[in-house]
Design a protein around this ligand. Structure first.
Ligand code: ATP
Ligand code: MG
Length: 776
């Protein structure tokens, strides 16, 4: 059963299956076969037929064939087409900080990778998905896409697989054997779900015909079967079948024709709806405005009132879970509830009909606004990580609220407040670009010269500076300053000076940075903006350090760290430790410097701050260079992947240290030794690299000889050849076409100068000890 899966090198993550998976052997085999031949396979079919479930199952099965990862991008909750590519970049955890377009970032990242991306529920973003997939496939030969959609994407080379309903026991002709009926996928799914509401339920000779009749009635649609099985808590199998017959006769006006599938499902959802109490229905409507689910507290807060008391929500939620309307998903220590897409749309339609949609969307938006405001206040303190995790779970809802603000007249200001309050979230989540997209759109939608606009401009300029997009920073700061002067807003003015100082530092002008950051520090102190003080101090100290003003740097780093420790927060502290550590090392106290970098890494882990961690690993490499050159180079290798992805010249002001470390190590190890050690670093998985940097992992196995002349894929194939597999077996194992496998084997023979598979096997055997990159 698929559980959270982590690919050795790709770092893929697929969600755990929440309940048993039934059947689909033929479809799974077919999708796998097509995936090995085509690069875009789209599973199409009506809502609830099981497209997403099938895609996930296949993705899990073929994960080993994609050494760089298998990623699931869930699109059902994404309502903003402009964020499609961004959503994929985020899922793939590409730590980009540049102002490049998202599609450039993504194509660049995928260029030479073997990756499978599952694009789940594309139907509402068909045009955008098609354009993205086309652009990506043009430039990345190793990319495969498995899409699910109610309609085809319409891209050239797309292979469509219509997902059939589950196989049901035949109704006409000869009666199939009892065993065959029992083993049909639809009957098995019904039995599985029935056991949940009626423990001990079994398909027996006595109820088999009834169960088979139900499955036939429901046309084998998995979602319909799941919804119907719930009725067994109140009805017997025969009663359930009789009721279904009645309902469907009504719908087909007595005709004996079957209902179209869409209507079958609709009828079933209608029926589940009937099964709900008045209050459960109300809750279902209200929950449908959430994207990406919600937790109980939120349901109590947003969905109560007008007929539901807050204290009643928990029972109503339980009722909806029991009826398979809500799905319960455990996320870390918390539980969230989600509606399947088809069921959410149903709720949304009903909400619209009731005339309450607008009011609910306002409540949802108000809740988001309140949440981010509290997060902003709590950010600079001991609950920072908890706030970060919370906002991450609510990212889909935040997007929906921002969308609402943009689309609804008179709501732009609220949108600006939300996007501005999220400033540290945009930075910590690596979503600089998304933050800018929202702020750009909102700022363009309303130019009223308000304090809210001034703050939004400030945040937008800051995000642009972090992306090294300086051409955009200047005009935004200019407008921000003008507005702040008119409004006499000293806090914003101090902030603008800080951003200008940060930009100067990133542009490698530490002298200008010192002047600006000094002024910003004073301004922040005057208005008592503590976060502003810490930010200014941190970079002021860095600028001093670069200018060789060691005393000032030391004093300011100490002060900055003391403030952060006093607040018991993690984010600023980790960045201060990173920079302070570098200063310590330059000053000769390497032992303390190393401890600081490691502490910074530890603090960064809960944020999954890939860039920040890479910066610390890089600093640890510089620190090791003079004493243990090999270690230094392994660390440089371990962080290089992040640099490649990150794409910007940010922190280029420290690049001199990188070059110096490289030079020293090259001298010590020689060109070959350097390459070997570097290679060892590049093949470390992320967790291994961190453990090694933290001093917990041993030096990676010493390769016994040259770095392998084979690519990672070829090494993988060589290992399968060594296991005695034929080209056909290799193709099946790796989900590639047989002729592709043949091509690889030929390359291997050619590269190694061999002419038999036995020689490849012997070579693999000899390499087994410390074969560079053999971990994949
Ligand atoms: N093979 C299966 N085994 C067990 N459960 C299944 C199977 N296929 C589908 N289901 C269940 O049926 C329901 C609908 O499936 P799924 O969400 O995959 O449908 P879908 O075609 O993706 O629908 P939509 O178009 O609304 O996204 C889910 O609860 C899912 O878990
Ligand atoms: Mg789906």
């Amino acid at each position: 059963m698929p559980v959270a899966a982590r690919n050795v090198s790709g770092g893929c993550r697929l969600p755990a299956e929440l309940n048993s998976f039934v059947g689909r052997r033929h479809e799974i085999a077919e999708v796998k076969r097509l995936l090995s031949e085509a690069r875009l396979v789209t599973l199409v079919g009506v809502g609830g037929v099981g497209k997403s479930r099938l895609a996930l199952r296949v993705a899990f099965d073929v994960r080993r064939a994609f050494p760089d990862g298998v990623w699931l991008v869930e699109l059902a909750a994404l309502e903003t087409p402009e964020l499609l590519v961004q959503a994929v970049t985020e899922t793939l955890e590409i730590p980009d900080r540049s102002a490049r377009t998202p599609i450039e970032v993504l194509t660049d990242h995928l260029r030479d990778r073997h990756v499978l991306i599952v694009l789940d529920n594309c139907e509402h973003l068909l045009v955008e998905c098609a354009a993205m997939v086309e652009a990506l496939m043009l430039r990345s030969a190793g990319l495969h896409v498995l899409a699910t959609s109610r309609q085809a994407l319409g891209v050239e080379g797309e292979h469509l697989i219509p997902v059939p309903t589950l196989q049901v026991p035949e109704a006409n002709g000869l009666r199939p054997s009892t065993e065959a009926m029992r083993q049909s996928d639809a009957v098995r799914l019904f039995a599985e779900r029935a056991q949940v509401v009626l423990p001990g339920f079994e398909v027996t000779n006595a109820n088999l015909d009834g169960v088979a009749g139900i499955c036939r009635r429901l046309d084998g649609i998995p979602l319909a079967i799941e919804l119907a099985a719930v009725w067994l808590s109140a009805l017997s199998v025969q009663q359930l079948l009789a009721r279904l017959d009645d309902r469907f006769r009504l719908l087909t006006r007595g005709a004996r024709t079957a209902l179209p599938r869409q209507q079958t499902l609709r009828a079933l959802i209608d029926w589940s709806y009937v099964l709900c109490t008045e209050q459960e229905r109300l809750l279902w409507h209200r929950i449908s405005v959430f994207s990406g689910g919600l937790d109980l507290g939120t349901a109590e807060h947003v969905c109560s009132g007008d007929g539901i008391l807050p204290g009643e929500v928990v029972d109503l939620v339980t009722g909806l879970v029991d009826k398979s309307v809500l799905t319960r998903v455990e996320q870390g220590a918390t539980v969230r509830y989600r509606l399947l897409e088809t069921i959410r749309q149903y709720g949304r339609d009903r909400l619209r009909e009731s005339g309450d949609e607008a009011a609910l969307r306002v409540r949802h938006r108000d809740w988001c606004r309140d949440l981010v405001t509290r997060a902003q206040q709590g950010w600079y303190g001991p609950d920072q990580v908890a706030w970060f995790t919370r906002l991450r779970s609510e990212h889909g809802n935040l997007r929906t609220a921002l969308d609402f603000c943009l689309a609804t007249p008179g709501e732009v200001e609220s949108g600006l407040v939300i996007a501005t309050a999220l400033r540290f979230y945009w930075i910590a989540a690596g979503s600089l670009r998304e933050g800018r997209i929202w702020l750009d759109r909102l700022l363009a939608a309303d130019s009223a010269p308000t304090p809210v606009r001034a703050r939004a401009l400030l945040v937008n300029a800051r995000l642009a500076a972090l992306q090294s997009d300086f051409a955009e920073v200047a005009p935004m700061l200019e407008e921000c300053r003008c507005l702040a002067r008119r409004l006499d807003d000293a806090a914003v003015l101090a902030g603008a000076t800080y951003v200008a100082g940060l930009a100067a530092l990133i542009q490698q002008d530490p002298a200008a940075a010192v002047d600006l950051l000094d002024a910003a520090l004073e301004g922040n102190r005057t208005v008592d903006d503590q976060m502003g003080v810490v930010n200014s101090l941190m970079y002021l100290a860095t600028a001093h350090s670069l200018l060789g003003h060691d005393d000032q740097a030391l004093t300011q780093f100490k002060e900055c760290l003391a403030i952060c420790e006093g607040r018991r927060e993690h984010w600023f502290r980790s960045y201060t430790l990173w920079l302070f550590g570098i200063q310590m090392w330059r000053h000769g106290d390497t032992a303390r410097a190393v401890a600081m970098e490691r502490e910074a890494i530890r603090l960064k882990e809960p944020f999954n701050d890939r860039l920040g961690i890479a910066l610390c690993i890089e600093a640890l490499a510089w620190m090791a260079a003079s004493q243990d050159a090999e270690r230094a180079v392994v660390l440089l290798g371990a962080s290089q992947e992040t640099w490649r992805a990150f794409g910007g010249p940010l922190f280029g002001y420290l690049s001199g240290y990188h070059e110096a470390a490289e030079m020293v190590a090259r001298e010590r190890l020689g060109g070959k030794g350097f390459d070997l050690a570097f290679h060892k670093g590049t093949v470390l998985a992320r967790t291994e690299a961190i453990a090694y940097a933290m001093g917990q992992g041993a030096m990676p196995e010493k390769p016994s000889r040259e770095p392998s002349p084979l690519t990672r894929r070829e090494r993988e194939i060589a290992q399968l050849v060594a296991k005695g597999m034929s080209n056909r077996e290799i193709a099946a194992t790796l989900v590639i076409a047989q002729r592709t496998a043949e091509g690889h084997v030929e390359h291997i023979l050619c590269k190694l100068g061999f002419n038999s598979r036995a020689q490849i096997a012997a070579w693999v055997g000899a390499q087994e000890d410390g074969l560079p990159g053999s971990s994949s």
